[in-house]
Design a binder for this molecule. Sequence first.
Ligand code: SF4
Length: 522
Amino acid sequence: IKILICQGTGGVSMGAKDVEAAFIKQIAEKGVDAVVGKRCDVIKTGCRGLCANDVLVDIITPEQGRVTYDFVKAEEVGQIIDEHIINKTIMEKRKAKPYYNTFVDQQMRIVMTGCGQIDPDSLEAYLEEDGFKAIEKCVKTMKPAEVTEEVKKSGLRGRGGGGFPTGMKWSFCAASPGDKKYLICNADEGDPGAFMDRSILEGDPFCIIEGMMIAAYAIGCYYGYVYVRAEYPLAIERLQHAIDTCYEKGWLGKNIQGWGFDFDMRIKMGAGAFVCGEETALMASIEGERGMPRPRPPFPAVKGLWGKPTNINNVETFANVRHIINKGADWYASLGTETTKGTKIFAVTGKVKHTGLVEVPAGMTVREVIYNVCGGIANNRKFKAVQAGGPSGGCIPAEVLDTPVDYDSLIKAGAMMGSGGLVVMDETTCMVDVARFFLSFTRMESCGKCVPCRIGLKAMLDILERITEGRGEPNDIETLLEMGTTIKKASLCGLGQTAPNPILSTVKYFRHEYEAHINDKR
Ligand code: SF4
């Protein structure tokens, strides 16, 4: 019998540790193992996505299969043990409502396969789930170039936002001259509302280590950094524990498992600047400099960290890699759309019935994600728009709700995949306010290095504030469009190049709301 207790940051903050302690204590006191004649294991897991319903407890028994209880409190643990485990009766009134199954069953969980399933602190649990089988396959049966080819063939594209083909990126760094190369995992997740990287690190940290080992083998790197925000203490704690365990058990360091392959890695904590998610700013931060973007070229694959060839991928990208190696590029390429393969994790927030992390095959439509997986709009209100891709993305209105979630279709609709944030808005949301919110975020996070971004975003924000305060002027909309277009073209890095997107897309689809503010002076 297994009792799985969700202990991501959401679960822990809702009292999951008390729930776990109560199960352990009462199972021992009641002598449950002897009473039911089976061993009863209490297992802490990472986040399974539905944080709003924590503490989530799954009980797996031979008689009842897997049953989920949500909003579990330590005080009711005794009753759950008595009724569900000892009397073998499902507490129908207490178990998670059918929405829980809809939320989970409509998804395709590949990257998040370990999250909510295994103890993130247990190397043994990871090994039982075919952990480190992919790196073993690479080192024992494939040449480095073959590994890169396999990833290229799979069609995997960077999940951090840019969508650059991962295998191609690896091949650039592999082809750069020099025997010292670096590998970086970008875990500087900063989009408001996005927490997929945190959940993977908290729920399945060994899979990131393995993904990095595979990339290191393919490229020829011997040292890796995971750059993770200091605001993610639990993710850092679990990843550090996983790294320490790997060193202890010979899965990191020199001559890993006697295979003649070396790889070292460590965590570098970031101080929370959004711009440090940009590759060159991130590397400057690791080097101890102020985290500011650098002009490209030279590209990191040629001259990156400490001036050496460097490859950077994000957490979700690395988490895909072991599945591609284990199941093959053809399997992976068979999932998704023509140009976006595999699955994508979205952090769905806002005016939707069930918020949380969902992993769906690329190509599912935005409508399906919102209505089928997440239950539709809360309080039976009307859908108005969804902001896709975080503060650098754009708003998708009802008329393009059937846009498939793939890189190219989202861009065509005026948004972007970004890291996978989806903020849902209903009929009561003011779109000018939404644009102002996202712009105030990017303006605050601008590093100030280049003029278009530093001055331009401030000027745009001033206009937006003027409009929302009823002081808008007749030519404000045209000025916003002109400034936004110029800032996108003239800024040095991705932050400035995408910051005007929320304004440009809301003007495109909701111009009448801007006009109403200006004309009615409200
Ligand atoms: Fe800094 Fe903005 Fe210029 Fe990027 S675009 S370098 S964030 S000022």
